[in-house]
Ligand binder design. Structure first.
Ligand code: ATP
Length: 359
């Protein structure tokens, strides 16, 4: 288990990280997401031992890895690293790249001697789908293959912690999804703890046990993907992770009255105070459905766009607009009056709004 306690990192005038408290459990896959400059890479560099915190402490089990006065260097930590750029050694074959950390670890940790180096290299190559590539040089590999070798190299010595900094961002979209699945399989097979930095929130949602959403050097929210997605703590998290409609209106307890619709409300449980204080309500586009009549918020279809698997609708509700994503065939035309229903939530048309407000 790795623990960061009140970790702050300053560079002259810039505070890159502020009071970070974070626990990475054994075998846990933690994704770090956030906009450019929010401190993701700095956090990873602290975990790797490339730099030390200005204040606070990082521990692995009972051992102090780093504080303001001491830092255990990367080569003395039980970690594997994978970077955005493949970073293979140009003069080494694939087999030599993977064997290198094994030799280093045999020297460092006598207890973890590997019976047969060749067998270990072969099993790592099999794991990343590159059996038979032992003798290739890096320039003889595609980008995806190079990154597979980098992953095999990082995992060869069975590190406790695997640190990955945007490992898929240099690859094309199809390859990204293929390698994403492979990394998940590898994680399930070898079960290292993983800290995975990414710009791509869909990667984080698909892969992580825990997502840490960062903003301006602090943690805005952390939790499992479902709770981050369906119960974002702040408008920032709602719009950064996935698409979200943020409707303005008035909260009365769990009742949300969208502006311009005095006799309509949704009963929304589990909304964070940040939204209530801002008079806002987050709704995922796929949680909304269109129908011709019945209970729901009334609006006018402004735009319909076919996106292959899904239809995207823009619906004007008073002064505001909602995006609705539906996998059903097109069911509304531009300019049509329509009813928007929030699935799984009570959609209430109240005959007397004033009475509701007096209650
Ligand atoms: P990106 O997604 O663009 O890689 P990031 O979230 O990884 O961004 P960091 O690289 O951790 O962000 O940077 C956080 C802040 O710290 C930024 O304001 C950056 O300019 C600053 N910073 C990072 N490293 C240094 C350094 N060595 N010297 C001075 N400032 C730094």
């Amino acid at each position: 288990m790795i623990q960061l306690q009140r970790v702050t990192k300053k560079f002259d005038e810039t505070t890159a990280l502020r009071d970070i408290d974070l626990t990475i459990e054994e075998g846990e896959f933690v994704a770090i997401v956030g906009p450019s400059g929010c401190g993701k890479t700095t956090l990873l560099r602290l975990l790797a031992g490339f730099t030390s915190p200005t204040s606070g402490e990082i521990r692995m089990d009972e051992t102090i890895l780093a504080n303001a006065s001491k830092v255990v260097p990367p080569e003395k930590r039980d970690i594997g690293l994978v970077f955005q750029k493949f970073a293979l050694w140009p003069h080494m074959t694939v087999a030599e790249q993977i064997a290198f950390p094994l030799k280093h670890h045999r020297f460092l940790h006598q207890k973890r001697a590997f019976s047969s180096m060749d067998a270990k290299v072969e099993s790592m190559l099999q794991l990343v789908g590159l059996s038979g590539y032992e003798k290739r040089m890096p320039h003889e590999l595609s980008g995806g293959q190079q990154q597979r070798v980098a992953i095999a190299r990082a995992l060869a010595a069975s590190p406790q912690l695997l640190l990955m900094d945007e490992p898929l961002s240099s690859l094309d979209a199809a390859l990204r999804i293929e390698l994403r699945d492979e990394i998940q399989t590898i994680h399930r097979t070898l079960q290292p703890s993983v800290v995975y930095v990414t710009h791509d929130q869909s990667e984080a949602l698909a892969m992580a046990d825990k997502i840490v959403v960062m903003k301006d050097g602090h943690i805005e929210q952390m939790g499992d993907p479902t709770s981050i997605y369906y119960h974002p703590a702040t408008p920032f998290v709602a719009t950064f992770v996935g698409k979200a409609n943020i409707l303005n209106g008035v909260w009365r307890g769990e009742h949300f009255y969208p502006y311009g619709h005095p006799s309509f409300y949704w009963v929304v449980p589990d909304i964070s105070d940040a939204f209530k204080e801002a008079g806002q309500c987050p709704i995922r586009p796929e949680q909304l459905h269109l129908k011709r009549s019945g209970e729901g918020l009334r609006g006018i279809v402004e735009n319909v766009s076919f996106q292959g698997r899904e239809m995207y609708y823009t619906v004007r509700v008073g002064e505001q607009r909602l995006t609705i994503i539906s996998s059903a065939p097109q069911m509304a035309r531009i300019e049509e009056e329509i009813v928007v229903e929030w699935e799984g939530i009570s959609n209430v048309t109240s005959s007397n709004r004033d009475k509701e407000f007096e209650d």
